[in-house]
Design a protein around this ligand. Sequence first.
Ligand code: TNX
Length: 507
Amino acid sequence: MTENLLPAPRAARALPGHFELGARTVVDGDATAGVVRRALATWPLAAGGGGDIRVSADASLPAEGYRLQIGPDHIQIAAGGPAGAFYAAQTLRQLAPQDAWRAAAAPGAAWAIGCAEISDEPALAWRGAHLDVARHFFPKAAVLRFIDLLAAHKLNVLHLHLTDDQGWRIESRRYPALHEIGSWRPQTQVGKDRTVFDGVPHGGYYTLADLAEIHAYAAERMVSVVPEVEVPGHARAFLAALPSLAASPGTREQSVACRWGILEEIMSPLPATLDVLGELFGELLGAIPAPFVHIGGDECVLTYWESDPAIASYRESLGLAGFEALHAYFLRQVADLLASAHDARAIVWDEGFTSGKLRDDTVVMPWHGMAIGREAARAGHDIVATPQDVTYFDHAQSADPREPLNIGWLTSIEDVAAFAPLPADWSPAEAGRVIGAQFQLWTEYIKDARKLDYTAFPRACAFAEVAWTGKPSPWPGLSGRVEAQLRRLTSAGVEYRPLSGAHPWQS
Ligand code: TNX
């Protein structure tokens, strides 16, 4: 039923009759047909069915746009490009019975798909999900499954937060200490108490081959991977492996962090750090040839810069007024390096923008709120809307005492549905800087894939609607379509939070 599609298409009209989709259905057409054929090959099609699906490129449509005409004997897909064809296939799967979301076919009949005419395209180019694999490591299989779920929601960016104080998750052939020492910690803080630890080692990292595989798997599903390497702060794991690159050496902790929060240890901004980062980006971007690379820049305590004589005189030699300006200068250098060596654009959290002048093409993620995003947009930066009050899914889903341990606050699905990534009072020039929106999954309190399911869904369903349509989709109107999507996720085996609240075993 077209009214159960999520995200909602631009225009849809149900028609009489139905098409029978099954193993005997043939996919043909031009080069874009391959995308649809590959998608169908992963579906649990029942024996039987028939008819054909004709796919063709239509240059008058945007790359991610498509037109889907379902008749009783033929399905016609016109796609702006491979992404459009892929999204047409996702829509088709949502129009099938919920068993279409299983991994293999239960014995049964071909799927009856109601005849319809749909024309669709996204409002926002960047429809992202951020996953912190540093605080807790998520094995490759969990990441691949997450990519499948993003693609099913027509989301197209996976921002992987690969490094932080508590873990470095990237193999380095040049500096193996990074994955040997930086990828694990002996124990982890228990709950919110920073003085109590569980005594259980935690760790893991992706080899460069794993990262290349994640990138390729995502690309087949029209998802771009944006790797993040945090500089210069949130770097305890990096500095545990490469202690000579720390500011104020000798005065600080020299181990992978076991507790959460803002820690003082920070990379030195001297050229030696940039040289090493340059080599590491070479390795990383060899595996993931990403056009955007996130370099963090958030929550930096600059005390160890101030107390380090070499860094203080470096700042003076550059004629920079203060250490904040040096922070911006350092981010600018990393961004220059990415641009010159890899033709990649840097992304920073908003502290990068408030600390001083960035490279003009640096993208800002305004996590402190849309007001900061607006300032960055006015200053000429592209932004991806990431305000923590609505896009931080590590916040509690409800005030119900049954909610499992979370970082606090409250971000309900209603809040997500009401989110306006293009605020009504922004000028067209300001709104034109919003390249998209993204939800965040920080994993201090998300230890495994089951809790990840619970935390991500169903808020990600509401988010997908907002990101695809570019505007709020008030909850009462959206709820029926989210319920339909949750039936599909049930078939897919996703352990989401039921709309009525946590199951006893999820609390
Ligand atoms: C702030 S958002 C952080 C993260 C934490 C998160 C928890 C940002 C750029 N920094 O390091 O995980 O809050 O919500």
